[in-house]
Design a protein around this ligand. Sequence first.
Ligand SMILES: Cc1cc2nc3c(=O)[nH]c(=O)nc-3n(C[C@H](O)[C@H](O)[C@H](O)COP(=O)(O)O)c2cc1C
Ligand code: SF4
Length: 546
Amino acid sequence: MTRVFISGDMASVALGADAVAHAFAAAGCEVVRTGSWGLFSIEPLVEVETGDGRIGFGPVAPGDVAAVLDGSHANRLGDVAALPFFEGQQRFTFARVGIINPLSLDDYGTHGGWRGLDAARLLDPQAVVDAVQASGLRGRGGAGFPTGIKWQTVLSAVDDEKFIVCNADEGDSGTFADRMLMEGDPFCLIEGMAIAGHAVGAGHGYIYIRSEYPFAINVMREAIRLSAARIAPFTLEVRVGAGAYVCGEETALLDSIEGKRGQVRAKPPLPAIKGLFGKPTVINNVLSLAAVPFILAHGPEAYAAIGFGRSRGTMPVQIAGNVKHGGLYEVGFGITLGELVNEIGGGTASGRPVRAVQVGGPLGAYLPPSQFHLPFDYETFTAAGALIGHAGITVFDDSVDMAHMARFAMEFCAIESCGKCTPCRIGSTRGVEVMDRIIAARDSVKSSVRAELIEALPFTSEKSGPSTRSGRMGEGYLNKALYSRAPARIDETLAAQTALLRDLADTMKYGSLCALGGFTPYPVLSALDHFPEDFGAPAPLSEAAE
Ligand SMILES: Cc1cc2nc3c(=O)[nH]c(=O)nc-3n(C[C@H](O)[C@H](O)[C@H](O)COP(=O)(O)O)c2cc1C
Ligand code: SF4
């Protein structure tokens, strides 16, 4: 019987993988459901087992069974691992995802699983914490805090009970790595949490997953059941969150697990000292915990050998939005933003020029192509007024209106605010109002000069209307063209309102209790600084010259 491998990942299923799997099963094939390799332009992907290894075909439709099985299908990819998208990756954390049956303990064991836990249990707890420290691993949930230091604090805390909490809330826009890891290699996360339990002296752990991730919830629950004996005496359970962005913030998450409304706690005390149910608690992101088995199995030096500056190891980067090759790309820190967007992502799906990328979810900065030289590294991004966060990159083409994106950031904060502190609760609502005034004033200036300035444009194709492939002139491009030629026409309201916006952003940045209010100024101010023309100001000279 021919064996085929088809992803059961939620994104693959959304692209039709279930129907394809049924068609192959109906044709008498043995169908093994795997996680996804992470390149969605080739999904639904079917890999056929042959004497020469697995041969990939994708995308495949349910009616393609015969052509795939006789090898004549036009979308024959060959060895998937050898495709350019995968060849350049350094898959430490995602090494098994797309390859194994996620719920097969045999598969996990034969592909290197449990080696980290076995190695850790031969060491005393302090040595395990030391290994994590030596690896240079920093939290992948957003803040980049050194994982080893957090574990050391919990190890040193004296209490009768301690907990390990995995933050699988993954609320950032354009991110899906936690979900893919949980669906594609759940035992890896379980192993990482069991190692953490041994390292700090915790006997029980919780995995907090948002309700929008039903596949991950089911896979994790089943994987916990299957591996219970392997990780004993450590025990685990899944808790399902209702999907509030703020419940990804670690202290709000702890409140949510405790059955309370998810609201941010004032720190100190740190969760490492007084966390879940008042006990010392390690709280880490999925990717931080899933990196640990590799570190213990291969040694901290192997992990630390990859990276850039103080950002060690690999980062599973998620490329999404208006991009040709969206997906997951695990690579050592140091790769440039431009390589990720243009070379690996292949530029925009619309074929228009990239105008902006937002890195790090809804609280991340918008960066123009002039920043594409930046290497992916926590410190470099901070110095550039940006953040890496959970490494989601959302790509926008030149039809994006950055003033609307700044308004969206304020509105997102207003909707998701937990309401505990004034700068965020009130400031975000005032921010939406300021943005509404800026957009209204800009649009009134724009409509009064639009026709005459289009006429003054040097490009005849622009004068006659759209010149781009999609047939619509990008508003961003138009703003740049208009305002770089009409600085004198800028309305006074705009100047006053942008000053007010900066003032408000300052209050939110320095006065908010947590990063939801404190980081909302990043997308707002980066949009204003890099794309001033969309706020009614002249474009910066370097940008205007592009
Ligand atoms: C509003 C807000 C949302 C957050 N959402 C997440 C999330 O979805 N997943 C996550 O791992 N960390 C999230 N964080 C960061 C966590 O508070 C915390 O830093 C992280 O879980 C610690 O784990 P790490 O050290 O492994 O990154 C969020 C923070 C804030 C302020
Ligand atoms: S900044 Fe303040 S109001 Fe906003 S989510 Fe954080 S604690 Fe809540």
